[in-house]
Design a protein around this ligand. Structure first.
Ligand SMILES: Nc1ncnc2c1ncn2[C@@H]1O[C@H](COP(=O)(O)OP(=O)(O)OP(=O)(O)O)[C@@H](O)[C@H]1O
Ligand SMILES: [Mg+2]
Length: 242
């Protein structure tokens, strides 16, 4: 990806505050260009989820600007942002446990005007054959890995241009994590831009071309992922390696 490619998503000096005191973001600026996989890493409470929520329109920034494909997202409700092509796979998956796999997927397409969604279902079942096998099963009866796949499938039903994933590997066995990252790579190859939030920094940096390190609400480092993987300070702080 050329350095000169225009930003698909950009955040400019974004601040977020919970209540009157908790400053979760203190002036975050970053860019995601079309076609990229960008990782956002950082410790607990760094502000990663807050940033995702602001981009998705679930939380209003105190200050600053978010633009997607050149359009300012200020004041737009989440469903409008989703319709523009920006989907979030939320932290903790948040699937609907009492709805079937099919119904969960259908919920992901609520913002689509098309009646015929067979292409989207085919696509999701191609990426996640296990969801096809379990299409009538209730979401709550799926394993953790299957629920993560369902959350990703649900987000894909909206045919996003940019997919944001908040901690997709959390709580999953290494072999399932491999699968999830393999699928993230496939989705990206199909042309979907990816913004990936992870505490599993090693995996995220291997999957991404560029990365940002968020520390207590601020971007501490912006760098290409391969360089970050070799950076001694990053290795010590985020990869548990000396
Ligand atoms: N609903 C809320 N009300 C008050 N404070 C909150 C709320 N959500 C998050 N915070 C605070 O905002 C800061 C950033 O939290 P956030 O969830 O964005 O971090 P994170 O990087 O996603 O962390 P984690 O790795 O644990 O998911 C933290 O200090 C957190 O305690
Ligand atoms: Mg979080």
């Amino acid at each position: 990806m050329s350095e000169k490619a225009p930003a698909m998503l950009s955040l400019d000096d974004v601040h977020a505050i919970y209540g009157k005191k908790i400053r979760a973001l203190k002036g975050v600026s970053l860019e995601v260009r079309a076609g990229e996989v960008v990782a956002l890493i950082g410790n607990n409470g760094a502000g990663k989820t807050t940033m995702m929520k602001i981009i998705a329109g679930l939380l209003k920034p105190e200050k600053g600007r978010v633009t997607f494909q050149g359009r300012d997202l200020a004041g737009l409700p989440p469903h409008r942002i989703m319709r523009m092509g920006l989907s979030l796979v939320p932290e903790g998956r948040r699937i609907f446990p009492r709805l079937s796999v099919m119904e969960n997927l259908e919920m992901g397409a609520f913002c689509r005007s098309e009646k015929d969604l067979s292409r989207e279902y085919d696509h999701v079942f191609h990426l996640f054959p296990v969801l096809g096998k379990r299409r009538c099963q209730l979401g709550g009866t799926l394993s953790g890995g299957e629920q993560q796949m369902l959350a990703m499938g649900r987000a894909l039903m909206a045919a996003p241009k940019l997919l944001m994933l908040d901690e997709p590997s959390m709580g999953l066995a290494p072999v399932v994590v491999d699968k999830i990252f393999e699928i993230i790579g496939l989705i990206n190859k199909e042309g979907v831009t990816v913004l990936l939030v992870e505490q599993n920094a090693k995996r995220a940096l291997r999957a991404a071309a560029r990365a940002y390190v968020l520390e207590t609400g601020m971007v501490a480092v912006a760098q290409d992922a391969a360089t970050l993987l070799k950076d001694p300070a990053v290795r010590k702080a985020y990869l548990g390696l000396d």
